[in-house]
Design a protein around this ligand. Sequence first.
Ligand SMILES: NC(=O)c1ccc[n+]([C@@H]2O[C@H](COP(=O)([O-])OP(=O)(O)OC[C@H]3O[C@@H](n4cnc5c(N)ncnc54)[C@H](OP(=O)(O)O)[C@@H]3O)[C@@H](O)[C@H]2O)c1
Length: 277
Amino acid sequence: MTTDVTTIETPRIQLPALGFGTFQLDPDDTYRCVTAALEVGYRHIDTAQMYRNEEAVGRAIDDSPVDRDEVFLTTKVPPDAAAPTDVERTHKESLQRLGVDHVDLLLLHWPSEHVAPLEATLEAFTDLREREMTRHIGVSNFPSAMLQRAFDLALIVTDQVEHHPYLAVDRIIEVLDANDGFLTAYCPLAQGAVLDDPVLVDIGQAHGVGPVQVTVRWLLQRGISAIPRTSKPERVASNADVFGFELDADEMARIDGLRRGQRLIDPASLQVPWDED
Ligand SMILES: NC(=O)c1ccc[n+]([C@@H]2O[C@H](COP(=O)([O-])OP(=O)(O)OC[C@H]3O[C@@H](n4cnc5c(N)ncnc54)[C@H](OP(=O)(O)O)[C@@H]3O)[C@@H](O)[C@H]2O)c1
């Protein structure tokens, strides 16, 4: 295979396919792990207003010898702040905490029509993009029909959704492909569950790697951006050791076969109408 798995490239955006996730990292771990991530070569960091660690992410980027311009930085507006004035106000607060004048990607963290119509929210996102407070905009946790509506309303680039070997998202991928978007897979390691998977362990043995690397590679080879997280700086580098081997078609199919509709993140209060894949 000759495709460059290091980079996501669509007509509208280019970014490092492998990012570092920061969900559930407290500020100290965030600072330590983002620092380690930048040191070992990650150039894509994922945070959110709701993670309460933007200040630590910003400090780690600022203290790193890596130029801010080399880092693809994503943050997210929570659904409670989906009213247009709140989108702008809370994003300005994000930028201040992060210590930057723009992010590279701003996502609507969850569907939010209980707070404001999607049209109005995405108009506010578009306005922030036009004012260069973010280079790109996107959504997160949007099932396929809602995602198509978002594409009809705004120049979004991605849907960041839960995706790992145990949860397929075929319909979302179809909508993204039809609209020149890309998928960002969150919980790519199924929050650690892939570690014990005999199929992933077996495939890894053939390549001298572990199930984490096999899983991340399976995502990247399908043109998907993956943002694994660890709270252990010593795991940051090994989790990124995914560029020295290649999975063949049979191995890819074996991993595809692990799907079992297992969703880990599903807040009852939001009642998202997920696709049946
Ligand atoms: N948009 C959304 O709504 C949303 C929702 C959830 C997540 N996300 C994003 O996606 C990112 C990734 O998802 P996630 O953090 O939920 O889960 P994840 O990356 O699938 O898994 C993280 C878990 O795997 C463990 N782990 C990682 N590397 C390991 C290794 N080498 N050996 C053993 N255990 C390992 C970590 O434990 P240790 O810390 O002990 O290493 C942690 O418990 C988040 O950080 C966040 O940026 C977005």
